[in-house]
Design a protein around this ligand. Structure first.
Ligand SMILES: [Zn+2]
Ligand SMILES: [Zn+2]
Ligand SMILES: [Zn+2]
Ligand SMILES: [Zn+2]
Ligand SMILES: [Zn+2]
Ligand SMILES: [Zn+2]
Ligand SMILES: [Zn+2]
Length: 1759
């Protein structure tokens, strides 16, 4: 109704407005003295007339009238002539832009080049990318979230390849020129005038807040009482809440409410009611009243229609401006100028400022429109971009505050434009240097985080929900900070240094508030009651990680800045620690004759914080300083003297001890929040600016301290000082401590402490700490990851820290350390460590978790064993330290460390002391190893000095002091070597002793005869050479051994697979080796004689067949009179072979399935896993499943992978989804083979036809009689006249030969096929049950035959056992089914079927032969025939019937093929000499032409016809061969089991056909001539031949999934252009049907529908709805944005499946998270296609759901 009235109104207006002349108005304006007044008058009159007419004010957008009446005059005025001529002129005069600037739509693909983009926000649109040099680079692809534009042509965005081909300015026009120079003075003046008026009008209207008044000059003459009730969007209320409210408030239907809600969400506002003021107010108050859990009500406003009208036009106007400036850079510049011109109110009053400052007050639609205008104007004009950026910066704080207080997403906020300016290096630098941008951002950010504790630290746990919400929004500021730090200044000036350092100071203020935040205290006794909030602090830390790193890079680029920054940072750190020793008592520690003053502090008792950003920044700066030249040459110039090393190390050390104590389990009562914090502290996302820096700080501090002092403080903080300082304390402790937990804790603490010492001395791969480069660092990281196991590219990337550009630097080094292994059909490509890199493995690599460490250790030992070397894993030779850190090595030979080592070794030597662990020993041995490596290296470097400064060997050879004359470390090691319980460490000790001796020898030689340079070199060379030869030999041996092992393994694997493949099968096959019921062909009869049907059918005797029940394990014979055995199976409707997806069964209750159309639109497919059971056992099993399911549904509401209500269950053995069981029966034609075969059999087709026709006539009479005897026998006199022939068996006490059990199963399975095939309720009485049974037999055979052809496999081999079993039992079941159906029903079907080929006046009208699938007809005829035949005693045998029926159908098929065969394309290459077949087929064709009155095209080539015929009929013959094989049990000849020549001839012989098929017609010409004539003269044929109907031609090709493009981005691009068919909007989840190629709007409200014929059911999503039409309930989709395959079956089942697209590393990218270029993997797509062709989608889903229970919980039907 509403829509109708609307349209009427419009048409009324139309006529009056169309007479309007835009030109006249424009001319009048040109003369006007007060232009603004005139224009306003025009708008005041027309805008409300056009825009305020219906219930939906925006409906007229883009209307012709708007263009004509409102925009037309503007354009005329602007151009001064017809805009149709003016604009093209402007466009021509304009220099084509070398900026692309294309604004991205949601979902559009964007490309960034990892090699050339200045930062990852620099992107190209697809067109530009394809025309750029970056195609061949390492690029990344993402889908745009909307907004943002293409950076093609922006010199600041790209290091190389700035322009694509299209935007290449070439040689000319590089110089800046004034864009206004292309415009005439007049034009400039006019444009300026009109733009100034219109821009201001639009801005005034958009920010207009009064509800029923208008600005001066716009008040309408006649102001009616029409109002709108306008509902505004917010991000607080859900869709459902809004819909519910609207239904109540404006009394609309659900559908309308959904429409309103969608529009509100999309546009930001929508009129939900139109009428007089009262009427609208009423709705408003209801909406406002509607209670919700939110404190905030929905925003709603009653507005006068004229206000709304002007606002709508304003939006149109801004869009128009965006369009117009596209014609000319000059126009663009004028718009920019007008926009930025200061207004009357002075500062911040320009139109652009006004819009920005009102941003958060505007509704979404308005924001979008003006943002678009900004992007196409201000951001496209280099001069004004700069000016705009300044305005933006000046307003920055207010804009951000507005944004934070608003609730819309950032993409709808003007603050989102920061990306477009701040990422431009020159702009960013200008803003930082001249406008304090860095400080502004940081201060604005800090202002929003107000809640602080007494020390001025952030306190996130005190945050209210509102503050937490704010905190989330304010994080985007960190993004802005990141943008401006992306490009470092190319050169520093005094001013830039000063400005940066100012910003740096502000940044330090921020970090200062974080230093020490969220402190924790160890909980003893009681567990904490509530987990404290910790995520906010970590979020902040994580977001800042890159900023901190980038600031360090800025500092590093200038020595002066670095030193200043260092000083400032140190200052702030000292401030943080001003109360360093507050309350903490000073104590003195002493050990081994050394003593140090420190404080008493226990991590386990006092407050400790994991957040130390100031310390860590200083650590980073320290390492950077260490890299500078100053540090080498004049370290005294550095501000190092101000440092207090103990202060530096204090907090980082506490943090590391905390982590150790958490590992030791001492903080269990503090709950998970602490565990999580420690986890993130080490995690790859945070560790760079947390754990790593703490370690660096300890290294820095320790390098400036006496190592003994350092170690004593270390011991003290670990709370282990007493254990190691007081002799025998350890022993006492062990003996006394009854609490095993405490001992265990202490052991772990000692292990952790030793590990820390290893790291402090050993970790030298940070540039500045050790003499390494960044590449060395990453290389080492990769080596250690790959030591754990080979990894895929993405897995490896995840273990490496990413920089702000999301780069790990891995690509540069990976080739050096790893080799790539390509993936197979599943799985991913892997990187494997190169063997020579294994020696760089360090067992105590600082980034290993304990689990990773033990995995890596195990792997490396295994590798060593395989290479037949010793399994010791000594520390690798480390790179040397940088100067500032060089003294760290002294820790290794310090007295305190030696004492610690000695103590641990002592414990290991003492039996019965359990206060130690093997891990401890292992770490001690590692430390000793490190010391030896160090000494060895020192001697090589400083050999003149003779390594005097480092003499570890001497120290370990000395006996200990306390107790007196205790053995030396060396002696202890020698003893340990022979301790049987320490077998595992033997190799390492051996290595230590060996190395020790080598060094000792070197030392002994050196004092007397120092090696000359030559000696040394010689020695080294010898050594290395010998080493090399030896290594090579060993490697060779190892390789050979490996190969042998591999060969053995793969052999074993093959066996295993084969065995297991057989495993299930065996249960079925035993004791026979073949499932076939028959004796093997070759042994029984000679191949030549094998005939599958007819009177000449080869006689076979059935072999005893025994199967085993998988449930009770009993054996069972397959006989007619035994307990039934059944085969687990799955029946489904299928459209896999459909040639016409548009055909839908409209009314299943009245659908007649007797004749299958050749388009095979719908079929019923039966598949099976091949597992057999007793029918009884199965029934019991199914009842149990039912019961279990009922109980389960009481408990949980979730789905399972199967639906018992639809009779589904899982095969008890293989868990394959099933919904039926096929009864196993013996081959039916063997049962009939006892029929006598007398000589009269070899009669003609015509005789047989006559006999059958007689029989049918008798049947008609018989049935009529029977009917009447029931009803009104007396009233029918004529029936008495007709006599039944003698040979008609009226007295058919027909008795089924099958046992009751078998009969029951025949009925049950028949019903399932009927129910599933037609999607109806089961009805035993329905006459269509037998038809469906024959249909599924025919359909399944056809389907399998097609896949065999596709796979190029011979007919009778390679059929998987499960398919073979399925086909055999299905055929035999279908053949036996008539025995449980009412005889008259089957007979009636037979009569109708036969009438399609042989005319029968009494039968109903049958379809024309082009509308019948001949194989379906054949199967039905053959299987129905026994029901007729059983009433005929004197006639022919069933076998004769089979033969003639087969011949008849074959002939019909031949005619069908000839009628539909396509004319030859090239008649040139026909052969001249014609064979007998070619002549015959040409003759037949001519007969057909005669019958069709030459409607059939003339065909000259007999060769071609014969060729077509053979190709066309082959699938039918092959299907028939399969069918008769299973029906009769006659084995196929050997020739049909292999590929070979004369396949066709063998097939014909097996099927009892002449090889010249046309002979069929010749032999039986008396019978066939009239038939042919009849077939060809039916009227339907005519319409086919005249191409009014498109006939199916033969052979039908196997359906394939749609072609997919090689490059995935083509798909994304395609999908981004897709609009939802219902709402006309961008679809959020565009999804591609891989079966038919349709794109759908999935997972969205707008496209939910009800299924056809299921009006009561729930709404389903677009995919589910489509799958029911396109795939009979089965669907295969590609979710384009997610790059994920979606499989659906029915309404409740579904799963995701890996996509067939791989990146260069052989990995899929589900969810498109990584963005590497993706290319189609044809093999994987083929695999998916096969899954579909073989009807295995449902099965696949079932398995996936069983494997992953969460899949069952997903509401698949919503997709
Ligand atoms: Zn572009
Ligand atoms: Zn371009
Ligand atoms: Zn590039
Ligand atoms: Zn059983
Ligand atoms: Zn099974
Ligand atoms: Zn489809
Ligand atoms: Zn939609």
């Amino acid at each position: 109704m509403a829509a109708d009235t609307e349209r009427q109104e419009i048409s009324v207006i139309d006529s009056s407005l169309l007479e309007f002349c835009p030109k006249d108005v424009a001319m009048m304006w040109l003369q006007a003295t007060d232009l603004p007044k005139e224009v306003y008058k025009h708008l005041a009159y027309y805008v409300p007339k056009i825009y305020c007419t219906g219930p939906n004010p925006s409906i007229l957008d883009d209307n012709l009238i708007v263009q004509h009446v409102l925009l037309g005059p503007l354009e005329w005025y602007l151009c001064g002539e017809d805009p149709g001529l003016g604009f093209p002129k402007l466009e021509q005069a304009n220099k084509s832009s070398d900026l692309c600037g294309r604004v991205f739509k949601v979902g559009e693909p964007t490309y960034s080049c990892r090699d050339c983009a200045v930062d990852p926000t620099c992107v190209l649109c697809m067109d530009c990318f394809l025309g750029s040099i970056h195609q061949g680079h390492r690029y990344r692809m993402t889908t745009s979230g909307g907004g943002g534009f293409c950076d093609c042509g922006d010199a600041e965005a790209w290091r190389k390849g700035i322009h694509c081909q299209k935007h290449d300015p070439g040689m000319s026009g590089t110089a800046e020129e004034d864009p206004l120079s292309h415009l005439s003075e007049d034009m400039i003046a006019r444009t300026y005038n009109i733009v100034a008026i219109m821009f201001k009008y639009a801005v005034d209207m958009l920010i207009w807040e009064k509800e029923s008044e208008l600005p001066l000059g716009l008040e309408p003459l006649d102001k009616g009482d029409t109002y709108y009730c306008m509902l505004f969007n917010d991000e607080v209320h859900t869709y459902e809440q809004v819909i519910l409210t609207l239904k109540k408030a404006v009394n609309c239907t659900h559908k309308e409410a959904v429409g309103y809600a969608t529009a509100v969400d999309r546009e930001g506002r929508r009129a939900v009611r139109c009428g007089d003021y009262q009427f609208c107010e009423q709705a408003k108050s209801v909406i406002m009243r509607t209670p919700g859990r939110q404190t905030k009500p929905l925003k709603v406003q009653v507005m006068h229609s004229s206000v709304v009208a002007h606002q709508c036009f304003s939006l149109r106007l801004l869009t128009w401006l965006s369009q117009v400036i596209g014609y000319s850079d000059g126009l663009r510049r004028i718009v920019c100028q007008v926009g930025l011109q200061e207004g009357q109110e002075g500062e911040n009053s320009s139109l652009v400022d006004t819009l920005m400052l009102n941003d958060s007050k505007l509704w979404k639609g308005a924001r979008n429109v003006y943002h678009q205008l900004f992007m196409s104007s201000l951001l496209m004009d280099m001069k004004y971009k700069k000016l705009f950026a300044v305005r933006f910066t000046e307003n920055y704080e207010r804009l951000q505050n507005d944004f934070v207080n608003d609730d819309h997403d950032r993409e709808f906020s003007v603050t989102d434009l920061s990306l477009q300016m701040f990422t431009v290096p020159s702009l960013a630098r200008m803003l930082v240097m001249d406008h304090d941008l860095m400080s502004i951002i940081i201060r604005t950010f800090m202002d929003h985080l107000k809640c602080k504790d007494a020390h001025g630290r952030f306190q996130f746990e005190r945050y209210t929900t509102a503050q937490a919400f704010k905190f989330r929004r304010v994080q985007s500021l960190i993004g802005d900070l990141k943008y401006i730090l992306i490009s470092k200044p190319p050169e520093w000036t005094d001013k830039s240094r000063q400005k940066f350092l100012e910003g740096f100071e502000n940044f330090l203020e921020l970090l200062k508030c974080m230093q020490g935040m969220d402190p924790v205290t160890r909980q003893v006794g009681q567990h904490i009651e509530m987990e404290p909030e910790w995520e906010a602090a970590f979020t902040l830390q994580m977001k800042l990680t890159h900023v901190i790193s980038m600031i360090q890079e800025w500092c590093a680029s200038d020595e002066l800045v670095l030193i200043e920054a260092y000083k400032k940072c140190l200052n702030v750190l000292i401030q943080c620690h001003s109360g360093f020793a507050d309350g903490e008592q000073p104590i003195t520690l002493s050990m081994c004759g050394h003593s140090v003053d420190t404080i008493r502090y226990c991590v386990s008792q006092e407050k400790v914080s994991i957040h130390l950003p100031v310390s860590r920044l200083l650590a980073g700066l320290h390492a950077l300083l260490s890299k500078t030249e100053v540090a080498y040459k004049y370290p005294e110039l550095l501000p190092l003297s101000e440092l207090s090393p103990p202060m530096l190390i204090e907090h980082p050390l506490r943090c590391l001890v905390l982590s150790a104590q958490v590992h030791a389990g001492m903080w269990r009562r503090n709950g998970f929040s602490l565990v999580n914090q420690v986890y993130y502290y080490h995690n790859v996302k945070c560790r760079v600016e947390m754990f790593d820096k703490d370690l660096t700080m300890l290294q820095a501090g320790a390098s400036m301290m006496d190592p003994n002092h350092f170690l004593m403080i270390l011991l003290s903080r670990f709370e282990l000082y007493q254990l190691f300082s007081i002799p025998e304390y350890g022993k006492k402790f062990a003996a006394e401590a009854a609490n095993k937990d405490i001992v265990q804790q202490n052991n772990i603490l000692i292990e952790e402490m030793l590990h820390l010492i290893i790291m402090i001395v050993g970790e030298r791969f940070v540039p500045g700490v050790g003499q390494v480069s960044a590449a060395d660092e990453i290389e080492r990281e990769i080596i250690h990851q790959l030591c754990i196991r080979p990894m895929a590219h993405s897995e490896l990337v995840k273990t490496l820290p990413e920089d702000e550009n999301k780069e790990t630097g891995m690509e540069n080094v990976i080739e050096r350390v790893a080799s790539f292994k390509k993936p197979g059909l599943t799985g991913k490509g892997l990187y494997v460590l190169k063997p020579d890199c294994a020696k760089r493995f360090s067992l105590y690599f600082h980034h290993y978790s304990r689990a990773e460490q033990s995995k890596a250790e195990e792997g490396q030992r295994k590798l060593k064993r395989q290479n037949s070397s010793d399994t010791a894993l000594p520390p690798p030779v480390p790179p040397p330290f940088c100067t500032l850190f060089a003294s760290l090595v002294n820790i290794l030979q310090s007295d305190v460390l030696l004492s610690i080592l000695r103590t641990v070794l002592q414990w290991a030597l003492e039996p019965n002391s359990y206060a130690w662990s093997e891990s401890m020993l292992q770490r001690v041995l590692h430390l000793i190893g490190m010391a030896l490596q160090e000494e060895n290296q020192q001697m090589e470097i400083n050999y003149e000095e003779n390594g005097e400064s480092f003499n570890f060997t001497q120290k370990v050879s000395r006996p200990g002091d306390a107790p007196e004359n205790s053995p030396s470390i060396l002696t202890m090691l020698e003893t340990l070597q022979n301790t049987p319980s320490l077998e595992a460490h033997k190799e390492m000790i051996k290595w230590i002793l060996k190395t020790f001796n080598t060094i000792k020898k070197l030392r002994e030689r050196s004092p007397t005869s120092p090696l000359t340079e030559m000696d040394r070199n010689l020695m080294e060379e010898n050594c290395t050479f010998k080493d090399k030869v030896e290594r090579k030999r060993k490697a060779e041996i190892a390789r050979l051994r490996r190969e042998k092992i591999m060969a053995q393994m793969s052999e074993m694997q093959r066996h295993f697979i084969n065995e297991n493949k057989e495993l299930f099968q065996q249960t079925l096959e035993e004791p026979d080796t073949s499932t076939s019921l028959l004796t093997d062909a070759s042994s029984a009869v000679s191949n030549a004689a094998l005939v599958a049907l007819g009177p000449d059918q080869t006689k076979v005797t059935e072999k005893r067949q025994v199967v085993i029940c998988i449930l009770c394990q009993e054996e069972q014979d397959i006989k007619v009179d035994t307990r039934a055995m059944v085969l687990s199976s799955f029946v489904q409707r299928s459209t896999v072979m459909s040639k016409n997806r548009k055909r839908i069964i409209q009314d299943p209750e009245n659908y007649d399935p007797l004749f299958m159309h050749p388009d095979l639109a719908y079929g019923t497919h039966t598949g099976s896993c091949g597992h057999t059971m007793h029918a009884q056992c199965w029934q019991r099993y199914f009842e149990a499943v039912l019961l279990k399911e009922q109980r389960r549904q009481h408990r949980t509401r979730g789905h399972t992978s199967y639906d018992v209500e639809h009779g589904e269950f899982l095969c008890p053995l293989c868990e394959c989804i099933s919904n039926a069981v096929v009864p196993l029966v013996p081959s039916p034609r063997i049962l009939f083979s006892s029929d006598s075969q007398n000589s009269s059999e070899h009669s003609s087709l015509s005789r047989w036809l006559r006999s059958v026709s007689q029989l049918i006539t008798s049947l008609h009479i018989f049935h009529e009689k029977n009917n009447k005897s029931d009803n009104q026998l007396a009233n029918s006199p004529e029936s008495k006249d007709v006599q039944l022939p003698d040979n008609f068996k009226t007295d058919i006490n027909f008795k089924s030969i099958y046992s009751d059990s078998i009969k029951e199963m025949l009925t049950i399975f028949g019903l399932v096929v009927y129910k599933v095939g037609l999607k109806v309720n089961p009805n035993e009485q329905d006459p269509r049950v037998p038809i469906l049974c024959w249909g599924t037999c025919a359909y399944t055979i056809q389907s399998i035959e097609q896949t065999l052809v596709d796979e190029d496999k011979p007919l009778f081999s390679h059929l998987p056992c499960r398919q073979e079993d399925c086909l055999a039992s299905l055929t035999r079941f279908s053949a036996a089914h008539w025995t449980v159906s009412p005889l008259p029903v089957v007979q009636k079907h037979f009569v109708r079927l036969l009438a399609a080929l042989v005319p029968d006046e009494k039968a109903e009208k049958s379809p024309c032969i082009l509308d019948i699938d001949m194989f379906h007809l054949l199967v039905s005829l053959i299987l129905a025939f026994p029901a007729v035949h059983c009433q005929d005693i004197l006639g022919f045998s069933v076998h004769t019937g089979d033969l003639y029926l087969f011949h008849l159908v074959t002939m019909a098929h031949i005619v069908q093929i000839l009628l539909t065969s396509l004319p030859e394309e090239n008649t040139m290459d026909q052969e001249i000499s014609s064979t007998e077949e070619e002549v015959a087929v040409a003759a037949l064709y001519n007969i057909l032409r005669r019958h069709t009155k030459s409607a059939l095209k003339e065909r000259s080539s007999g060769w071609h016809l014969w060729h077509n015929l053979k190709a066309g009929i082959l699938p039918f013959l092959r299907c028939s061969a399969l069918f008769f094989h299973y029906l009769s049990g006659v084995p196929p000849p050997a020739e049909l089991r292999v590929h070979g020549p004369n396949h066709f001839e063998h097939l014909c012989r097996y099927l009892s056909l002449p090889t010249n098929l046309i002979d069929l017609f010749r032999i039986n010409s008396d019978a066939t001539d009239p038939l042919i004539q009849r077939w060809c003269t039916i009227t339907e044929i005519d319409s086919y031949l005249k191409n009014e109907n498109i006939a199916i031609s033969y052979p039908r090709e196997l359906n394939r999934l749609i072609e997919l493009p090689n490059d995935y981005s083509a798909l994304i691009n395609q999908a981004s252009a897709f609009l939802c068919p219902k709402s006309g909007d961008k679809s959020r989840t565009p999804t591609l049907c891989l079966v038919c190629g349709a794109t759908l709007c999935s997972q969205s409200y707008c496209c939910q529908t009800k299924l056809e014929g299921d009006d009561a059911g729930e709404d389903v999503g677009a995919c589910t709805a489509h799958s029911f039409i396109c795939g009979a309930g089965v669907g295969i989709f590609l979710r384009v944005r997610e790059c994920q395959i979606l499989l659906l079956a029915g309404k409740t089942k579904g799963c995701f499946y890996p996509p067939p697209y791989l990146d260069d590393y052989g990995e899929t990218d589900q969810g498109l998270r990584r963005g590497n270029p993706l290319h189609l993997c044809r093999e994987r797509y083929k695999k998916l296609e096969k899954l579909w062709q073989q009807h295995s989608i449902t099965e696949e889903i079932g398995h996936a759901q069983e494997a992953n229970q969460t899949l069952a919980g997903i509401d698949w039907q919503q997709l």
